[in-house]
Design a protein around this ligand. Structure first.
Ligand code: HOZ
Length: 436
């Protein structure tokens, strides 16, 4: 029997999947209501199983920078699928995508393709430990680097959304090797290196945080991380799973002019298919098997369908970088500032943190520069805003601790419709003066 309609699909999903989902934030628990079930996407829009259309502001959490069903990517995947979905053997396409990546990210001399951001960050940390012979890892509160044991400590994204203090199932002995420090606090990094002299293998950071909501680095912060890690001979890993190919073709490292030792990529690099990568200095990457003693592998790594979608997407960004990035900046500014202006008009306290085509509207009046300040947000207000926007056909990420993502398919009409929807949402907002 064909099951139709989001409610019916949700009931079936709840019988089959924990929380009804295959990834926690999708369950909408932080914003309430049932999540719509997506039937298809085209350009800036999603359609659900009840036939409703939404303007999409999460873009599969980042990959859909050229919009859904981008024709060149669809054709490339169809052509690749006709030649077989998987070989578990090397193909020319892996080198083709790798060449595009190293050209965009000059800090990457060698790389490996994997299937998810979690694999990329987990593997990068392993190689960094192999390279330095040290065991401690510095990460930052509210940054999310996938769900490997050691990187879940004080993580963002769903971990922050659901207020999980540290995941069950991660032994204390493993969590203890992760030093979670406040973002944008250079003194905390200096103190950790002083306490653990010659014991810290790497610093892993989202150079612009996307998983505690969007938080940009303070002036000089990334430069300080670079200088400290170089001095202490620790590996600096930029997790650019969200920011890579989004903030600029060469990601945050291009935008801020910093050269990390290693970089992790995901999302856009695979054009929406399961694909991610980690890479960096050749002397570090050459420690991987079969050249060296650090092990990492995957049957689906460099999968031909993912390579095809990645080449079509990244290839388009490379070819059109001079028009794509200014366009993304203009439409992102228009919608982020437009909604912020409506909040100000309605007297709703809101801080808008934006870096290019990713941003967060925080429901707080405290400037947000780390996880503690992000957590001053009124998440109940965010939930009401989210629900109202969804009812008006605008689908925002369903958590205060996620970033909004937009793509080149969003047109000015969509932006105006979004701003008008926000005005309606704020008109009945409880934080508005004189509204009880
Ligand atoms: N953790 C992802 C966003 N930061 C959510 C992935 C998903 O639910 O698909």
């Amino acid at each position: 029997m064909k099951i139709i309609g989001s409610r019916a699909l949700q009931e079936r999903a709840e019988r089959l999947f924990p929380g009804g989902v295959n990834s926690p934030v999708r369950a909408f628990r932080a914003v309430g209501g049932d999540p719509p079930f997506v039937e298809r996407g085209d350009g800036a829009y999603l359609w659900d199983a009840d036939g409703r259309r939404y303007i999409d502001y999460f873009g599969s959490w980042g990959p859909m920078i050229l919009g859904h069903a981008f024709p060149a990517a669809v054709e490339a995947v169809q052509r690749a699928a006709a030649r077989s979905a998987s070989f578990g053997a090397s193909t020319a396409a892996e080198g083709d995508l790798a060449e595009l990546v190293v050209k965009a990210f000059p800090s990457i001399e060698k790389l490996r393709f994997v299937s998810s951001g979690t694999e990329a960050t987990m593997s990068a940390v392993r190689v960094a430990r192999a390279f330095t012979g040290r065991k401690y890892v510095i990460k930052f509160e509210g940054c999310y680097h996938g769900h490997s044991d050691g990187l879940l400590v004080k993580a963002g994204s769903g971990v922050a959304t659901f207020g999980i203090p540290g995941s069950a199932g991660v032994p204390e002995e493993i969590a203890h090797l992760t030093l979670a420090l406040p973002f944008n606090d250079v003194a905390a990094v200096e103190a950790a290196f002083a306490t653990h002299k010659n014991e810290i293998a790497c610093v892993i950071v989202e150079p612009v945080v996307g998983n505690a909501g969007c938080i940009a680095p303070a002036a000089g912060y990334l430069e300080a991380l670079r200088a400290i890690t170089a001095r202490e001979e620790a590996v600096l890993i930029f997790d650019e799973v969200m920011t890579g190919f989004r903030l600029a073709l060469g990601g945050a490292q291009e935008l801020y002019g910093i050269t990390p030792d290693m970089t992790t990529l995901g999302k856009i690099v695979g054009g929406g298919l399961p694909c991610a990568a980690f890479g960096g200095r050749a002397e570090i990457m050459n420690l991987l098997a079969p050249l060296g003693p650090a092990y990492q592998a995957g049957t689906l790594s460099g999968n031909p369908l993912a390579m095809a979608a990645g080449i079509a997407t990244v290839g388009h960004l490379v070819k059109h970088r001079d028009t794509v990035y200014p366009l993304l900046e203009n439409i992102s500014a228009a919608v982020a500032d437009g909604v912020a202006a409506e909040a100000a008009k309605a007297g709703v306290p809101m801080v808008t943190n934006r870096a290019g085509a990713m941003w967060t509207w925080f429901f707080t009046s405290t400037p947000v520069m780390d996880f503690a300040t992000a957590a001053t947000s009124d998440t109940a207000s965010f939930a009401r805003f989210h629900r109202s926007m969804l009812e008006q056909g605008v689908w925002l990420p369903p958590s205060q601790y996620e970033a909004v993502f937009l793509g080149t398919a969003h047109a000015m009409d969509d932006i105006h419709q979004t701003i008008a929807a926000a005005a309606v949402a704020f008109a009945s907002h409880p934080s508005r003066p004189n509204v009880s």
